[in-house]
Design a protein around this ligand. Sequence first.
Ligand SMILES: [Zn+2]
Length: 145
Amino acid sequence: MNIHAIIERLDKVRKNGNGYMACCPVHTEKTPSLSLTEKDGKILCHCFGCGADGIAVVEAIGLKPDVLFSEEMETEEGNDWILIENSLFDEEVINIAFHDMRRGDPICYSDYKLIRTSLARRQERYRRNMPVKHKMAIDLEGYRG
Ligand SMILES: [Zn+2]
C-alpha cells in the first residue's frame, strides 16, 4: 500500500494502466507528467517533464526513500539475533543502494532482493525500538561521490 502514501500527497492523480499519473512535485506543472507504477514490491517513478526519479519525488513530498520499497518480512518470534546481528550490514546496504539510485545506477535483481530484506529488517528494528549496533564507521557518501 506504499504507493498510496505517495499518491495521496500528489495533485491531479489519475489511474493509468497499472499505475498512476500525477503532477510532479519536483518541478511545477499543471499537466501531470509523473508516472508511478508498482512492480515486484518496488515503486517506480519517472517524470517525463524533468526526469525526476523516485528518490527526488519522495523527498520533494517529505517522505523517506524507504517508502519506494514494500515492507515485507516474515517475522518470527525470536529473530532478535538476526535483527541485531545484521543491523550494521543493513545500514550499509541501504546507504549504498540509495547512493546508487541517486546516481541513476541500475540495481540488479539479486541486489534488489538484498536491499528489500535489509529495509524490512530496518523497519522491524524501528518498530521494536532496537538501535543500530554501531554507528557507520565510514561515510560512504564521501568515498563514493
Ligand atoms: Zn518533474
